[in-house]
Design a protein around this ligand. Structure first.
Ligand code: LER
Ligand code: MN
Length: 272
């Protein structure tokens, strides 16, 4: 069954970014639940930021699942990345992600590697960057597997990384890993910039997709941009996608409207 989720950020520096709820973790979970979402995707500053006991209580109280957890604050607030020329920065990046893999895994949820993948350049060749990324994914994939969840790797648009920008390029790279436990995150905003045909990219790479960021062309809620979403939804259904579509979008015009609009679109395109 395809499930709905919405983003909750507890990182002050991420205000202005594509996260819907920013007003505290319990308040975000409560708003997600009252809007009608199945899950929340949390963006923490660090795994240790969240009291797991409190989180478990709130998820139970409001009857929502933890859909996924982002690791991008490692880059945003600490400038950590898996392909940095400095080995100490790479190691700190791995520890930062590993802690989120374990924390989210305890809730049956996957961690996302998006911004933390970094880029080549600054004296680092593409081959070297990919070798480092491959080694890290081969470490972190089995770590996630120990929790019974995949690790999510997200191709980003060209302005955010020069490693992989499309699903097919990223899937070909995942094919070269030793671990089979890394899945793709298909972010429809990045795909709108990079893919020739969103629905076709989903059909070709369907077996790799483990999570979807549900965003219109302008990174607003689905329905507030110009993406033709019907063929995209049909492709997700046809490939048997069975995960979350999660609103990683700007809180535009405000968080409540963005969340409501996202859920309306979800119900329209994925009727139960
Ligand atoms: C993370 O999911 C993402 O999509 C990046 O653009 C960072 O915001
Ligand atoms: Mn994304």
């Amino acid at each position: 069954m395809i499930r709905s989720a919405i983003t909750v950020s507890i990182v002050p520096e991420s205000k202005g970014g594509p996260f819907v709820f920013h007003g505290g973790l319990e308040a975000g979970i409560a708003s997600a639940a009252s809007t009608g979402f199945d899950g929340v995707e949390i963006f923490p500053s660090h795994a240790d930021d969240i009291d797991g006991y409190l989180l478990r209580g709130w998820l139970e109280k409001y009857s929502v699942q933890l859909a996924a957890m982002g690791t991008g604050a490692g880059w945003l607030t600490r400038k950590l990345r898996l392909t940095d020329p400095d080995p100490l920065v790479r190691a700190a990046g791995r520890d930062f992600i590993g802690a989120i893999v374990d924390f989210a895994g305890g809730f049956g949820a996957p961690a996302i590697i998006g911004s933390m993948q970094g880029r080549h350049g600054d004296g680092v060749s593409r081959e070297q960057a990919l070798e480092w990324l491959r080694a890290e994914l081969n470490q972190l994939g089995p770590r996630a597997h120990a929790h019974g969840v995949p690790l999510l790797y997200e191709p980003l648009n060209r302005y955010e990384t020069n490693l992989f920008n499309t699903l097919s390029e990223a899937a070909a790279f995942l094919e070269t890993l030793k671990t089979r436990n890394v899945k793709l995150l298909a972010d429809l905003f990045h795909m709108n910039i990079e893919e020739t045909d969103l629905a076709e990219a989903i059909r070709i790479n369907g077996k790799w997709i483990g999570h979807v960021h549900f965003a219109d062309s302008n990174r607003r809620a689905i329905g507030l941009g110009h993406t033709q979403f019907s063929p995209v939804a049909k492709a997700l259904i046809d490939v048997g996608y069975d995960g979350y579509v999660s609103g990683e979008i700007f809180p535009w015009p405000d968080a409540e409207t963005a969340a409501t609009k996202t859920l309306e679109s979800f119900r329209k395109f994925f009727p139960r």
